[in-house]
Design a protein around this ligand. Sequence first.
Ligand SMILES: *Cc1c(COP(=O)(O)O)cnc(C)c1O
Length: 444
Amino acid sequence: MKVFDEIESEVQSYARAFPRVFNKAQGEYLYDEEGNRYLDFLAGAGTLNYGHNNPLFKEALIEYIQRDGITHGLDLHTKAKREFLESFYDKILKPRGLDYVVQFTGPTGTNAVEAALKIARKYKGRENIISFTNGFHGCSIGALSATGNAHHRGAAGVSMVGITRMPYDGYLGDNVDTTAYLDKVLSDSSSGVDHPAAVLVETVQGEGGINAASAGWLRNLQTVCRKHDVLLIVDDIQAGCGRTGSYFSFEQAGITPDIVTLSKSLSGYGLPFAVVLMRPDLDQWKPGEHNGTFRGNNLAFVTAKAAIDHYWSDERFAREVLRKGDYIGQRLEQIVEKYGDGNMTTRGRGMFRGLNCVSGKLAGRITREAFRNGLVIETSGADDHVVKTLCPLTISDENLKSALDIVEAAVGKVLKGTEVPEAYDFFSGKNASAERKDQLAGAA
Ligand SMILES: *Cc1c(COP(=O)(O)O)cnc(C)c1O
């Protein structure tokens, strides 16, 4: 770890929780330098929905590089970009009846959020944006103003203006529809809330602790936006690209946002790539008004197209995600029933789920114990109190079970000591199922 301690900035975060040097990855597996294998339930914080080095995309990428395809192209028209746009239109937008133009921004989620906020403000000629408690939208100043987390906001060093925070679904308890409050303040010229250009929302708050808004709340939110002539922006950077069981996370609610941001799993391969989708009439940009050197990551276009063609040409993949998501949900429920201390609950939908441990300390002990047993898994939420099960959507049933067994054993061990089954030792296969033992024997 020497060089990392000596010359890498203190800003490191995930690296502290998983103090190994990783060297190889395939599908849902990560390997460290010593060759130890881990199941990956962090998955690039939702960037590796299709697993590490997905062989289907890898082949397309290698072929593209071998033939000297364009790697960097600013925003020049390229064949790779055309083919991405065609697939995105034919297989994602058109079947869903979505009429959006695609803006290529700088390749991080944050930059897509910045662009979305800018175009909304420009179009409406209003500064204020509504965002929500526990929302996370990135760490550059514009996106950070919309982010709730005090730890991230504290690093800004300047005042962050132009945002009014509203309570997210469930923030005031299960029986309070917080969109009624939003409607009230937008209806009242003396509420002190300036008429906003847009509302910026995640349908499931990833970094905020896997808070899933209900479909009804999202529909009410859209109604309030329309009533008050306010744009609805869905930040689908983490919840999108299949995580909740549909390509966009808002499909189940039946809403149509005016603007959508996508990044994280968009390229499918962990290559940086972000877009803003917007209603065509909102596209009031002047040429080059929001630019960025890396808007044309053509390698990402190649893998993004491969991902769409392979996984989104029919309904099969989405159904698989829902099936596995139900399994994760059931297992987490069982864990809560079996070991829960009365406070622990489950959260989320699709394969975007978590275990709310209430205490960040408890959640941290659980993820550390899980890591010891071969599972890379992180926490999220204001106090890092939610254990986040964010595995690749392509994970095998067997590995999904193994990983949740590790989570269960870790929860048991942390909450009840000796009563629990001994942790499943991933490396030696100690306490492994008969099938797993066979598999390990086969691999050796
Ligand atoms: C990760 C994330 C972002 C920021 O994306 P970066 O690529 O880290 O800049 C924005 N919004 C949401 C919902 C995210 O999960």
